[in-house]
Structures are given as C-alpha cells and as structure tokens.
Write a protein that binds this ligand. Structure first.
Ligand SMILES: Nc1ncnc2c1ncn2[C@@H]1O[C@H](COP(=O)(O)OP(=O)(O)O)[C@@H](O)[C@H]1O
Ligand SMILES: [Mg+2]
Length: 141
C-alpha cells in the first residue's frame, strides 16, 4: 500500500533543548492531513514518549513517520545500551533515567506503558549493547 506521507526525524542523545520538536512536527503534519481527535491525541502522546526516550536513554536515533490510508506508523530506531529486561522496562514506574533527566522532570517510568496503551499495535525489539527498535501503529479506519 502506498503511503500518503513520510517523514524522518533524527534525534540526538541528551539534547534537551530540542526534545519534543519531532513529535510537535508530527502532530502538525497529521493535523494538516486532516487527522484529528482521538487518533491525533494518541499519536501525539506516543510520539512524544518515544522521542523523549531517544533523548534520555539512547545514544541517538531516528523517528520515522509513515501515513497510509488505513493507519499511521511510527518507528523508532536507536543506537544505545539496549534494554536488558523488556518486561521490567514495560512496567509502570520502572525507570533508569539519570539525575539530569530527573532534574528536568523525566523518569516517571510511564513512557513505554503509555505507548503500548495508546497504540493499536506495539512491538519492541532490543539488543543489549546495540540498540532498540519500537514500532507502533494507529488505525485510521
Ligand atoms: N530507547 C531506549 N534505549 C534504552 N533504554 C530504554 C529506551 N527506552 C526505554 N528504555 C528503558 O526503559 C525504561 C522505561 O522507559 P519509560 O517507560 O519511557 O520510562 P522513563 O523514560 O521515564 O524512564 C527506561 O528507564 C530505560 O531503562
Ligand atoms: Mg520515557
């Protein structure tokens, strides 16, 4: 199926000044395409959480947006420490955020659970010492 729109956002590690700019642009583009309401809200929440995780936890990565007639897809791919225990990472309140991130108000440990809750499809793959890939889908029909 051919996509209606595609965009790719490089996200740098520990760049707290730009943090949130990719997800803000995603929201703006989806609005322009006429996507609104519940789907727009859920994509906005999930894209913000996945972008912030790239900033806080990875060594840098890319957030890819694709919009198809039937769904919105977000794919996050990073280089980084990876996640040793995915079931622990998915738990509400679990966080390894460092002091800098915590001083800025991050580290509540709700990002991954919120992504899973808000997306219609959620898949996470991680290799320790290599990186993490997260794929999310949001149905439009
Ligand atoms: N891209 C990532 N690379 C490495 N670790 C990650 C990544 N995303 C999440 N994690 C791990 O999963 C934990 C939980 O993530 P999350 O639910 O978003 O909470 P928080 O970001 O507040 O720590 C993080 O503290 C971290 O240990
Ligand atoms: Mg997070």
């Amino acid at each position: 199926m051919s996509e209606l729109m595609k965009a790719s956002y490089p996200v740098e590690a520990a760049d707290y000044t730009s943090a949130g700019s990719a997800s803000a642009d995603i929201k703006r583009r989806l609005k322009k395409l006429g996507i609104s309401g519940d789907v727009l809200r859920r994509v906005a929440v999930a894209s913000y959480e996945v972008e912030l995780n790239l900033v806080i936890h990875s060594l840098g990565g890319v957030l890819d947006l694709s919009v198809y007639p039937e769904y919105v897809q977000l794919v996050s791919t990073d280089r980084g420490p990876g996640i040793p225990d995915l079931s622990l990472a998915m738990r509400e309140g679990w966080s390894t955020a460092n002091d800098e991130a915590r001083s800025l108000g991050f580290g509540a440990g709700m990002g991954l659970p919120n992504m899973k809750r808000n997306a219609d499809g959620f898949d996470i793959q991680s290799t320790v010492g290599v990186g993490t890939t997260i794929q999310m889908k949001f149905n439009l029909t």
